[in-house]
Design a protein around this ligand. Sequence first.
Ligand code: HPA
Length: 243
Amino acid sequence: MSTPHLEGEKGDYAPIVLMPGDPLRAEFIAENYLIGAQCVNNIRGMLGFTGTYKGVQVSVQASGMGMPSMGIYSYELFHFYDVQSIIRIGTAGGIDDSVQLRDIILGQASCTNSNYAQQYQLSGTYAPIASFRLLRKTAETAEKLGFPVRVGNLYCSDTFYDDSPSLKQWQKMGVLGIEMESAALYMNAARAGKEALCICTVSDCPLRNESTSADERQIGFTNMMELALETAVQLSSQTASFT
Ligand code: HPA
């Protein structure tokens, strides 16, 4: 079996998949954290791996950048590979004044300027939200690990380079951070009856012209990755009874 974008056989993915945007980050996690990791996808270099972490089967599959790319990969994982839960692990730009470089944000919900929801032909505006089970378990795990996290709204944008001054307006609405994949992930999960959460490390604060160095991004990414992996272990002992 394969899909238009993934070459794995059914059963090659674990019920829980971590999704960094960058394929090399997927490879880094597989090589440094997973035991017995097997490469399950290399179509377009969008690397995916499955292995175990503390005895729990976990997959890591790159999503690429932006909603169209995340939309494709998360759809195929949910619908064709029986994946139950996807945790995106990525970077975000800090928007709220209280958000600092290297903070970890758990995306409780995701506002967007994208038309992704138009396909569902709803008679109003859909509000994409994280799975409560994943959000709660991740927040609890962060507390146990001693990693402070922020929980709140994300703004999922179709544009990295944007001509409009809209970030200031999103800031007035208390949105914590900007990234480019969470809304499509949350909508795909909702439509599939599955679970999703977006965890982001703040790599830059565009409204204050601040950004992290590559080394700082790596440290921030390590904490977020450990948080996601430890959460996967915690979730494995629970059944997905509510989302
Ligand atoms: N904009 C969009 N996505 C991002 C940003 C940003 O400033 N930083 C990290 N991901």
